[in-house]
Design a binder for this molecule. Structure first.
Ligand code: C2E
Ligand code: MG
Length: 591
């Protein structure tokens, strides 16, 4: 069966159907055999091609003579040889079929083509129809794998989790999911560059893969989040031990181009005992446990348990109700003045959000504090909606006060999501224009944690906001254990010292020293330090002794309704009795 390399398949097909020309059916079949772009072959039981159509030459770049001269494994990927030969073994019974079987063949240029086989054994011969699925497999792989680390992505992880849970029918063990988050990975990206960050992620992927068994799946969800799906685990305790090994493995230094870094990881573990478990829910539980591990200081593991299950369902319930809170006008702003510690009228005023659920199914008798409802809101877009409402309401209030002759700036807290995801500067600019306010009528407060989520974007957003004349405060400084110095790359005007620092003044010398050092640093950098949480005269005296000149606290003025807040008067002086609110707005005014 010759193949004329000079005649094109189209020409050949024209020849095949030329009218009036008599051809036998065998000749026509032979012609079709030559024309089809599908790969057709016969293979002898001793593993040699005996017939190949021309499509093979086009696909693989070898001549048919070359292909026929060698056993079939000669051009096959070494990893695929054993299985292919096993399936086509002479012992395989007469009439046996091969369906949906893929293996790889080498092109003349050295690349690999993936072939999908349909074959049937008839007598001493395998008759095979073969398709080139290289591109399709590549696309499928792309859709299911993370391009950087080549690990399975979330889609594939969920699929594998489904299969693992189904297999629980046949075992007494459990399926475990480990949600791994790298504490301070962002710092590597920031300080050593993105290439180093990428190399580190690849190194972490390799180390995790080394640690796991073949039956386990290591996936990357994106950013610095990895998930391990472990099967063939006996108990929750074994899953915990595995998480400990993960933490220890990541602590061993990773060599990068110009540095060595060890990673501290927070790991959340969820465990399923029954095939009815839901993989998405397992992932959510592991994530929740990881979040708990991270907020307890990181470099630790947390198992999802009943306590966390309750917390999660409260979050879901509160999140659902909160969605209705905005349209139903159930959110309020309380205002807390920021006072000079030498006495006198307010120099600023912070807007603090409250939720007063209405109707019979109120969640509680009092206004709810942000610590109850902002964490669930922060898990979704809801926080951005709330943030927009807060900014708008606070600006409208500032305008009303300006008309009454009160010109102090209003401070608004900005969440991590708003800082990273929104076009913050544009929104602030629009709000200022709408309320006809100058930039200096507003101050945005951002916490260290929020900035840490994506320092680069946070920095860029804040710089833009700053150009509008708005001042920027670093909030809750000293609440994390990492804050040893002031970040020099943020466009700051104010540093607000976390109220935990003042709270522990009496018992904790170290924190007192940190308070004093921060005030000195702030002064040197030309920033205003605000002592937050002054509740007692002793705390006030100490803050003043440490040269802090501005403060915020229940002793000076609690958070209250806008109609009750006293901004103009000299409501407090060092010698007078401390200010006491007449009306409570929100439970934070707990005296
Ligand atoms: P923050 O920005 O550090 O606000 C100061 C918090 O300290 C307020 O709690 C205030 O009521 C409380 N506080 C002030 N003085 C004292 C004191 O002497 N003693 C005690 N024990 N507490 C005092 P609040 O209102 O519960 O807010 C908690 C946090 O929620 C805020 O901390 C802020 O991070 C966040 N938050 C509040 N409102 C908003 C908002 O509108 N948007 C966003 N994203 N976060 C908000
Ligand atoms: Mg604040």
């Amino acid at each position: 069966m010759g193949f004329n390399m000079t005649s094109t398949p189209a020409q050949a097909s024209f020849d095949a159907v030329r009218p009036g020309e008599e051809r036998g059916s065998e000749a026509r079949i032979a012609r079709l055999f030559e024309m089809t772009s599908d790969l057709l072959a016969t293979i002898s039981l001793d593993g040699r091609f005996t017939l190949l159509n021309p499509a093979w030459e086009q696909l693989l770049g070898w001549t048919r003579e070359e292909l026929l001269a060698q056993p079939i494994e000669a051009y096959m990927h070494p990893e695929d040889v054993e299985q292919t030969l096993l399936l086509m073994h002479p012992g395989t019974r007469e009439g046996a079929q091969l369906e949906s079987f893929t293996n790889r063949y080498r092109h003349r240029d050295g690349s690999w083509r993936s072939l999908l086989w349909s074959a049937r054994r008839d007598g001493e011969t395998w008759y095979a129809a073969v398709k080139d699925v290289t591109d399709r497999l590549w696309l499928e792989r792309q859709a299911l794998h993370d391009p950087l680390t080549k690990l399975p992505n979330r889609l594939l992880l969920m699929d594998r989790a489904c299969q693992a849970l189904t297999r629980l029918h046949r075992s007494d063990g459990v399926v475990a999911m480990l949600f791994i988050d790298l504490d301070k990975f962002k710092a590597v990206n920031d300080n050593l560059g993105h290439d180093a960050g990428d190399a580190l992620l690849v190194g972490i992927a390799e180390r995790l893969a080394e640690l796991m068994r073949d039956s386990d799946t290591v996936a990357r969800l994106g950013g610095d989040e990895f998930v391990v799906l472990a099967e063939e685990i006996e108990s929750a305790e074994e899953a915990r031990a595995l998480a400990e090994r993960v933490i220890a493995a990541l602590e061993r230094p990773f060599p990068l181009a110009n540095a060595e870094v060890a990673m501290l990881a927070s790991v959340g573990v969820s465990v399923a005992h029954s095939p009815e478990a839901n993989p998405e829910e397992m992932l959510r539980e592991a994530d929740q446990a990881m979040y708990r591990a991270k907020s307890s200081g990181g470099k630790r593991l947390e198992l999802f348990d009943e306590g966390l299950r309750e917390e999660l369902s409260t979050h879901i319930e509160i999140g659902g109700r909160l969605r209705e809170a905005l349209p139903q006008r159930e959110l309020l702003l309380a205002y807390q003045p920021i006072m000079p510690l030498a006495g006198g009228a307010a120099v600023g005023c912070e807007a603090l959000v409250r939720w007063r659920p209405q109707g019979a199914d109120r969640l509680s008798g009092e206004d709810m504090l942000p610590s109850t409802f902002l964490p669930p809101a922060e898990e979704s877009e809801l926080i951005v909606q709330i943030g927009k409402w807060v900014l708008h309401t606070a600006c409208a209030q500032a305008e009303a006060w300006r008309r009454a002759g009160i010109t102090i700036p209003i401070s608004v807290n900005i969440s991590a999501r708003e800082l990273i995801e929104l076009d913050l500067a544009e929104r602030v600019r629009e709000e200022l224009a709408y309320c006809r306010l100058p930039g200096h009528a507003l101050c945005l407060e951002v916490s260290e944690d929020s900035v840490q989520r994506d320092p680069e974007r946070a920095r860029a957003a804040l710089k833009e906001v700053k150009r509008l004349g708005v001042s920027i405060a670093l909030d809750r400084f000293g609440s994390g254990k990492y804050s040893l110095g002031l970040p020099s790359d943020l466009p700051l005007d104010i540093v607000k010292l976390d109220r935990g620092l003042i709270e522990s003044f009496d018992r904790d010398k170290e924190r007192r020293a940190m308070f004093a050092a921060t005030i000195a640093l702030a002064r040197e950098a030309g920033l205003t330090a605000v002592a937050v949480g002054i509740e007692t005269n002793r705390q006030l005296a100490l803050a003043r002794e440490l040269h802090c000149v501005v403060g915020q606290g229940f002793l000076l003025h609690g958070p209250t309704a806008p109609t009750e807040v006293r901004l103009k008067e000299r409501v407090w002086s060092v010698t007078s009795a401390p200010w006491r609110p007449r009306v409570r707005l929100g439970g934070s005014d707990r005296r």
